[in-house]
Design a protein around this ligand. Structure first.
Ligand code: NAD
Length: 717
């Protein structure tokens, strides 16, 4: 047998099969592993001296999931159906072989990994804090196609299974046990092996619960009134919640519901049909290309300068302990970095540290951390007002007020203390890095590290390369972002960088629509229908209208100083009008919405300020405007060299401001629309609504040459 599966056979007839895919850091269900796994079933069925099987992993994780390369290659529904049936077939043979099969689960056991484990008669988890079990397929627009939508509900109940599968939840050991997903926990691999052997000796010929004639779903099946009621409305609710943009969600629910009305083997076939529908959908193709291939390429360093040694930050200095500084301190200390958190008063610095205390207290209360771990993390953060404490820092991140003079002052004070080879980063959201670097004695070591709020939740950091930033500095910034577990994108310096610049086109288009007399509710609905997490007017309220106006006015001033013509966006007068009325956004208690006791509702006064046009545009037209504004601006960023790669553009858009994930990102949106069609539609929008829609020259050229943006795939970003 292949080395992917090592077989040991004891005198007691128990076979221990250890999955250890050569050349891979994790086991995945590719041909090299699935072929010998299928061969195991022959051994169980045909060799009378074999008394049972223990399946385990030789790597730090059990099995991370399906082979995405194989999924990517599926082009027809029939191929997808056949692939799903083939996987189910061998899992089904496992569970019906008449001999006991036990899975010992360590680390990650996801997707196809969990589907195989659920096909074993007994599951035991090594409870060392690393175990994560789940069916995350929905995150790539897919449905678990190896029996997951049938076995999970039969083990843990339909409601729990639906919740986990529709959110792609990863379950820890304790919950896996209490929910019935697994049967036992073990302290370590030896203990697991001992328990597995004991179970095999005591259960010579086990059957899966669903193969017993009197099997009942825990909590009721598709015919039980309460479950049927929940399931009857669940697909439409899921579809309504995702505005019809995530077919995988309703397919998962339908597969669970219909599977519960029939026998198990028929149910597996039903699942394979829904799997096929998902696997060939444009949504899953978009998501796999971007959220699998391009994301992995970025994490592996596709945008990092090659050939430079890996670095690690051991001591980090943060200037400014406000909202951002406090968040950066938390995520860095969590990654084991010693943090000096400096502010102009001790009270402000302490308040910054208090933020970590609050997050950790909550985690302890919820059982996600322990008092010891909390105290160890807090001990890593030193709040101070003294620059002398910055001695020995290898990286400084400045997060003081968005003011050039204040930033210049703290840069000088910090540089007087830190070592000559330390890197200095600014978390500015709008000020060009090259300009800020003028305050530095060592502009080659000056870089932008743009975090997003709230820092502990947002996965992205936009790294901004100034004119003089060296490759070594970029590599060190990049390594730090990975060190704290975030995803880095790398962009060149320019006004608004990439994320703020393109994000602004979304909200500003919403404001322009309002100014034209489109009903505000239609505008908000169009944002949601387009797949954006928040509608444009609500979003502008969140970031504040006064900040939006400040940025627009600063840009106008800066461009005038550079002698560049400023073209006012038609949304800008709306910002000015509302600010003049004191409606500055959520923080002021009123903006496009009124905020009263946690409730918000659109401000009725908008109807007087912006009377409705007699003829309202269709929702499709509004959606096009919101999406084309962003995609076209992203293409301009690539054309101007602000963006350095397609992967940075797509990942930055989804992780940075929530660009509709099922579209695969701002540039993949253009691919999926088709370049010639996108160019033609953009030209039509430009003729009707203004030059801002004129397609980026790069798109016109690509369309003429029949080119597309890279889509991510095996071996390419
Ligand atoms: P904030 O007002 O919450 O915090 C700023 C902190 O800096 C305050 O605690 C203040 O006391 C401190 N400070 C000011 N001057 C100082 C000085 N001379 N020395 C030491 N400390 C000083 O602001 P924030 O929202 O945390 O933003 C900080 C930076 O991060 C800004 O450049 C902002 O543009 C950028 N940023 C903010 C966001 C966001 O969503 N808020 C997102 C990305 C980037």
């Amino acid at each position: 047998m292949s080395k992917a599966l090592n077989i040991e056979r004891g005198a007691d007839g128990i076979v221990i099969a250890t999955m250890d895919l050569p050349g891979h850091s994790m086991n995945v269900l590719n041909e090299a592993l699935s072929a010998p796994l299928a061969g195991l079933t022959d051994l169980l069925e045909q060799d009378a001296s074999v008394t049972g099987l223990i399946l385990r992993s030789g790597k730090k994780d059990f099995l991370a999931g399906a082979d995405i390369d194989r999924l990517r290659a599926l082009s027809t529904a029939q191929e997808a159906f056949d692939a799903s049936m083939a996987l189910k077939h061998f899992i089904r043979r496992f569970e019906r072989c008449g001999k006991p099969v036990v899975a010992i689960i360590n680390g990650m056991c996801l997707g196809g990994g969990l589907e195989i484990a659920m096909g074993c008669h007994w599951r035991i988890v090594i409870d060392d804090g690393r175990a994560k079990l789940g069916l995350p397929e929905v995150k790539l627009g897919l449905l678990p196609g190896g029996g997951g939508t049938q076995r999970l509900p039969r083990l843990v109940g339909m409601q729990q299974a639906l919740q986990w599968m529709s959110e792609g939840t990863e379950v820890r050991a304790a919950q896996a046990l209490s929910s019935g997903l697994v049967n036992a926990l073990a302290a370590n691999p030896e203990d697991a092996l001992m328990q597995a052997r004991a179970w095999i000796s005591a259960n010579k010929s086990p059957k899966q619960p669903w193969d017993a004639p009197k099997f009942r779903y825990p909590g009721g099946d598709s015919r039980s009134p309460a479950v049927a009621q929940m399931l009857a409305i669940a697909p439409s609710m899921a579809s309504a919640k995702s505005y019809g943009n995530c077919p995988a969600l309703s397919h998962i629910m339908s597969s669970v519901f219909e599977g519960g009305l029939t026998d198990f083997d028929r149910a597996l076939e039903i699942e394979a049909r829904y799997f096929a529908a998902c696997a060939i959908s444009p949504e899953s193709k978009n998501m796999i290309g971007t959220l699998w291939y391009q994301l992995n390429a970025l994490k592996k360093g596709a945008s990092r300068p090659a050939g430079l040694p890996r670095s690690k930050v051991s001591k980090l200095g943060i200037l400014g302990a406000g909202m951002m500084g406090a968040g950066i301190a938390y995520v860095s200390a969590k990654a084991g970095i010693e943090v000096v958190l400096l502010d102009s008063s001790q009270a402000a610095a302490d308040k910054g540290k208090q933020y970590s205390q609050e997050l950790l207290d909550k985690a302890v209360k919820k059982g996600r951390s322990t008092p010891e771990k909390r105290d160890a993390l807090l001990a890593k953060i030193t709040p101070t007002t003294s620059y002398a404490d910055l001695a020995g820092c290898d990286l400084i991140i400045e997060a003081v007020f968005e003011d050039r003079a204040v930033k210049a002052d703290v840069t000088r004070q910090a540089e007087a203390i830190i070592a000559a080879d330390a890197v200095f980063a600014s978390n500015t959201s709008t000020l060009p890095i090259t300009g800020l670097a003028q305050a530095s004695q060592r502009p080659a070591q000056f870089i932008g590290l743009h975090f997003f709020s709230p820092v502990d939740k947002m996965p992205l950091v936009e790294i901004i390369v100034g004119k003089e930033t060296s490759d070594e500095t970029l590599a060190r910034g990049f390594d730090y972002v990975l060190q704290i577990g975030k995803t880095p994108i790398v962009v060149n310096d320019s006004r608004g960088f990439y994320t703020s610049r393109v994000f602004a086109t979304y909200v500003m288009e919403g404001l322009a629509l309002l100014a034209e007399g489109v009903h505000p509710r239609s505008i908000e609905m169009a944002g949601l229908q387009a797949g954006m997490p928040m509608p444009p007017l609500a979003l502008q309220d969140e970031v504040s209208l006064s900040l939006g106006l400040h940025v627009a006015e600063q840009t106008r001033k800066d461009l005038a100083a550079e002698g560049i013509r400023y073209v006012e966006h038609p949304g800008e007068p709306v910002l000015r009008q509302l600010c003049a009325l004191g409606r500055i956004g959520k923080k002021g208690g009123q903006g496009f919405y009124d905020y009263a006791q946690g409730e918000k509702s659109l401000w009725p006064g908008l109807a007087e300020l912006y009377p409705l046009k007699a003829e309202q545009a269709s929702q499709a037209e509004l959606i096009d405007r919101l999406m084309f504004a962003q995609a076209n601006e992203a293409a301009r960023c690539l054309q101007e060299g602000v963006l350095r790669s397609v992967a940075d553009a797509n990942i930055g858009s989804i992780f940075g401001w929530g660009f509709a994930p099922f579209q695969g990102g701002a540039l993949q949106f253009i691919n999926a629309y088709g370049l010639p069609a996108f160019v033609a539609r953009a030209q039509a929008l430009a003729a009707q609504y203004g030059e801002r829609f004129a397609p980026a020259q790069r798109l016109v050229e690509m369309a003429a040459k029949g080119e597309r943006f890279e889509e991510g795939g095996p071996g390419e970003p």
